[in-house]
Structures are given as structure tokens and as C-alpha cells.
Design a protein around this ligand. Structure first.
Ligand code: 6PG
Length: 231
């Protein structure tokens, strides 16, 4: 299955278009079902989008954000995705939203993965999933050649949340699995830079998803992938 690619002249234009699209999707979910569920990623790419979304006039009391993945650190750790989302997204009107993080105090990572798996399994279809990508072709915390990556990328798998130890990035991780991340009607890959566009093209040709996990999302036929990119 191919993907759609929308290119924007600037990162600001991309962030504004992405924010408008996500607002429309979430508003429709609220109108149809009284609540809406949005999966968001960590890293630096989404921060401009987050800052715009905080200004939305959505009824955030009816919006639940779910982290696509987490560095397995406390929310007050500088590497924490939950900490970054609380600082950059759950501000202003958006502070009324619910955030489902993945790190759980007092559990080892395996028990944490099991507990978070039960929480995420109980959630409905996501209204929208927004993924990022690293230059190694990882997305969420589905890292190349990581132990357990084959199971985490299995679209017929059962787990919704997996523990991942990247070979090439700091921190043990928790990640939503590929099969859970594509349980949405709106799957968006948010990229910036020429380098990431080149990696996207490499991933499109990649036949072994474990080597470039983002390729699993490019080459699946369950949900159309929308790539949004700016230089
Ligand atoms: C994380 C993210 C990860 C991120 C990519 C891109 O925990 O870091 O979930 O998948 O989307 O690493 O990160 P940048 O946006 O910082 O390039």
C-alpha cells in the first residue's frame, strides 16, 4: 500500500495544517461519541504542533491523549515524553484533557508493560495517531533490530504495549505496538528535514521491517498512511 505525502513550504505551515486537521478529527469524534482519543509522539518535531493545539477551542475535557511511547523514566526526568507533553501540550485550555502516559511508578519495566497493555487494550479505536520517525527508521519506540521488535511489529500480534531496549538510543522504552497503533482511521506520520524524507524513501523500499520499523506502517493495507512533511 502506498502512502499520501503532503509537503509544506515551512514547518510553521505544516504545524498549522496538522493542527487544523487534528482539531477537525477530534471535534468529529466528540460530536459522534462524546469523546475523542489522540495518540501523540515524543521528540522535538511535534512541539510546534502541540503549542498550536493548546490554543484550540476544542472541549478538551472530552479529549484523551495517549503517548505512543515513553522513555522508561519518571515524568520529572528531562528525557520523559510525559513530562514534555505536560509542559508543551497540557497547557491553557488543553490542561483539561486526559493524558494516558506509560511510565508507572513502583513497577519494573515488564510489569509496567503488562499494566499499560491492559489500560491501552481497553481503549476504543483511536481517532487519530500521530507518529514521528528517527533517522534510523524507528517510529514510536519501535527501534531497528531491538530485542522483541519482530513481535512488536506483528500486525496480527496481541500485545498493545511492549517493552523495548533500543540498541542505538538511550533509555529502556515502552511503546505501543504496531498492531495497536494502526487501530485508527487517521494514521499520520509527521516529518521534517530533507534527511528524514530520504529515510522515508529508503523505508518504502525496505523489505525487512525489523531493520526499519517505520516501513511496517508504510507497507500495510489496514489503514491509509498520511505523511506530512516540511524541509
Ligand atoms: C520518542 C518518539 C520518537 C520520535 C522520533 C523523532 O520517544 O523520541 O516517540 O519516535 O518521534 O525519535 O524524534 P524527533 O522529533 O526529536 O526527531
Amino acid at each position: 500500500m502506498s502512502y499520501s505525502l503532503a509537503s509544506f513550504a515551512s514547518r510553521d505551515a505544516l504545524d498549522r495544517a496538522l493542527c487544523a486537521r487534528v482539531e477537525t478529527i477530534l471535534q468529529a469524534g466528540i460530536e459522534d461519541r462524546g469523546q475523542a482519543f489522540c495518540v501523540i509522539s515524543g521528540g522535538s518535531t511535534p512541539l510546534g504542533f502541540f503549542r498550536l493545539l493548546t490554543k484550540s477551542d476544542l472541549d478538551f475535557s472530552k479529549v484523551t491523549f495517549i503517548l505512543a511511547d515513553e522513555r522508561w523514566v519518571r515524568p520529572d526526568h528531562p528525557d520523559s515524553n510525559e513530562g514534555a507533553v505536560r509542559r508543551h501540550l497540557l497547557q491553557g485550555p488543553a490542561r483539561l484533557a486526559t493524558l494516558i502516559g506509560l511510565f508507572q511508578e513502583g513497577l519494573d519495566i515488564k510489569a509496567n508493560a503488562v499494566s499499560s497493555d491492559q489500560i491501552v487494550q481497553a481503549l476504543p479505536l483511536f481517532d487519530v495517531v500521530i507518529l514521528g520517525m528517527g533517522l534510523d527508521g524507528h517510529t514510536a519506540s519501535l527501534f531497528p533490530s531491538a530485542t522483541g521488535i519482530e513481535a512488536a511489529l506483528n500486525l496480527e500480534g496481541s500485545a498493545s504495549v511492549v517493552a523495548i531496549q533500543p540498541l542505538s538510543a538511550p533509555n529502556a522504552r515502552l511503546s505501543l505496538s504496531a498492531q495497536r497503533l494502526i487501530q485508527t482511521e487517521n494514521l499520520i506520520l509527521h516529518l521534517t528535514s530533507a534527511e528524514k524524507l530520504a529515510v522515508l524513501k529508503q523505508a518504502e523500499a525496505c523489505q525487512e521491517a525489523a531493520l526499519m520499523p517505520v516501513s511496517r506502517f508504510l507497507n500495510q493495507s489496514k489503514v491509509a498512511l498520511q505523511v506530512v512533511w516540511a524541509p
